[in-house]
Design a protein around this ligand. Structure first.
Ligand code: SD4
Length: 326
């Protein structure tokens, strides 16, 4: 399959005008140029209760960081959500391990990986960001830190998820790639009334993954990235492909060079497709992006990726466009 290059990139390479023109502006003048955008909340998949919760924080005058954290906590505590927090499907040894990250409008970031027994990894990630000099804590260290911070140790494996794991262990299917039923990870982006952007991403990761496997979701720049001057992006799907292209950072940098959020999401998916021309048909990766002007983008490798959007007070589930058309 021949992969089209996007016109905006061709233009900036050939003429150099897009990128050079943009980078000649100082950060301060870029900020002054931009009108304060209207608030927006956007999340991967059908995450209406999460988006609604985040929107309410912003509508009440709250900031984007509080909004994305509050939104991410909704599927984390939902036992029916099989990809996030409590009730998430376990790894191959039957253990639920969680990954999450968060970023605020000042470029601060926090993350936890391979965290067990804690229902709200997104809030632990926020504590890492706010209470430590570090960005990422992992495994036992992340758990010890969470307990020190007052989080409770809980059993995250529900009876339903245990049954699903038992059925899987009998068949011992390999680590699935086209396992759409396993995708519900929430990546959530928000712009508040002040025009500030924040993002969060939280997951139990790919079901039946190897014990110790960490995906893209807690990796700053892979599962999620925010630059308050430019915009934000987040990812869902098979994290290995997102990590190898640092998708969310790539999208934000493409937007910095003049791409719209939609163009940037498409370019990031095309990067994956180009690297894996034979394999990309077997897995789903989906990206969301917003820019500082409040424009949005969404794109997946395959049909089926969708996102929840709240803007101007209306909440909607939308299908995303995708690469693999017949
Ligand atoms: C991971 N990106 O661990 C996650 C999985 C995912 O919806 O997005 N599921 O690779």
């Amino acid at each position: 399959m021949k992969i089209k290059r996007r016109k905006f990139l061709r233009n900036s390479v050939v003429t150099g005008t897009g990128m050079l023109g943009y980078h000649n502006l100082s950060a301060k003048s870029r900020l002054l140029e931009q009108p304060v955008p209207h608030p927006i909340v956007m999340a991967t998949w059908d995450n209406s209760p999460a988006v609604d919760t985040a929107w309410k924080v912003i509508a009440a005058g709250g900031n984007a960081l509080d909004a994305v954290e509050a939104g991410a906590r909704v599927p984390e505590k939902d036992p029916l959500d099989k990809s996030v927090g409590y009730g998430g499907l376990p790894d191959e040894s039957g253990v639920v391990t969680l990954d999450a990250c968060i970023m605020d409008h000042q470029g601060n970031a926090g993350s936890v990986t391979f965290l067990q027994h804690i229902m709200h990894p997104i809030s632990v990630a926020r504590k890492v960001m706010e209470e430590t000099p570090h960005v990422m804590l992992s495994g036992q260290g992340a758990l010890d830190f969470a307990l020190e911070q007052g989080f409770r140790k809980e059993k995250l494996l529900t009876e339903d998820s245990k049954k699903a794991w038992e059925a899987w262990s009998k068949q011992k299917k390999p680590f699935g790639e086209t396992n759409f039923e396993n995708h519900d990870t929430i990546g959530i982006l928000a712009i508040d009334k002040q025009g500030n952007i924040a993002g969060a991403c939280t997951t139990s990761g790919m079901a039946y993954k190897k014990h110790g496997r960490v995906g893209d979701s807690p990796i700053i720049g892979a599962g999620m990235y925010v630059d308050n001057e430019v915009g934000g992006a987040c990812a869902t799907g098979v994290g290995e492909y997102v990590m190898k292209t640092l998708g969310s950072f790539l999208i934000v940098e493409l937007m910095r060079q003049g791409a719209s959020p939609q163009q940037a999401c498409e370019e990031a998916i095309e990067r994956i497709v180009t690297r894996h021309p034979r394999r990309f048909k077997d897995f789903q990766v989906g990206y969301l992006a917003i820019n500082k002007q409040g424009q949005k983008g969404a794109y997946g490798t395959e049909k089926g990726f969708e996102y929840t959007l709240s803007q101007n007070g209306s909440l909607r589930l939308n299908p995303a466009d995708y690469f693999l058309k017949k």
